[in-house]
Design a protein around this ligand. Sequence first.
Ligand code: HEC
Length: 246
Amino acid sequence: MIRLRVPGIVLLGITIVAALVPLVRGVTDLPTAEHHLLHAALIAGALISALLLTEPRKAENAHYGWLLAAVLSPIAAMMLMWPSEYAWFERHPLGHVLEHLGIVGCGFASGYAGQMYASGVGWVTGLSLLGMSVASAWGFGVAPAPAAAVLAAATTTAPQTSAAAGTTGATNIAHGAVLFSQNCAMCHGARGTGGVGPSLVSERTRKDFQQAQQWIMKPDAPMPTLFPGTLSRSDVRDVAAFVETL
Ligand code: HEC
């Protein structure tokens, strides 16, 4: 087991250094899917190092506390990747690093605590966490961008969806386009190609629907905060849905 301790510590060190990258890169703007894959890589590094570092127990010596930690740590890791907070983390490198260290800690704990409970359990809990984090890169737990079908429906049945938007949470892209020309076009251009503010063309590759809403509700200066004064919650949804089509 001494043999495996050195590679285990080295791998854990590399993983922790990788978790600090936002401090060097500053404010990031990675597509959500790629970002999830990087988080999955952090989890994989932490998990493998935990499996290398533990000396698995026999089940008869098991203490239930280890099992509790092994089961709760994957849940905690997924909570750290809660979609509504992405925009905040992207703008706050230090918070982002703390999030990464939390993810590494949970990845390590899922393998370590599992193995300490009984040989093999760390593999089960660790791989289930890794599986969930990889799946999230393909949209699991991530707000979907408005589909083309929704776009078509919104433009043809604007009056009805407009009435429903506030109560049902459905988006109305046609209404979003009107709001955009009234509140955003003076800075971002009539077609979103940019002006005082940056171009919003292909904004969906930088911010998903959820992140665009977060940004519009809490933008950085000099962009003005129009929510909740000028724009209602459903207006934010509509204008964000429109921005995602640019
Ligand atoms: C007074 C000018 C102004 C108005 C009005 C304005 N913006 Fe902005 N917007 C900006 C500036 C400047 C930035 C860049 C801020 C930064 O990156 O720190 C920005 C950034 C953004 C971004 C992020 C772009 C990126 O880098 O990913 C989005 C999305 C956005 N605006 C959408 C909107 C929407 C939607 C509206 C209308 C509801 C709006 N803006 C109104 C000036 C404006």
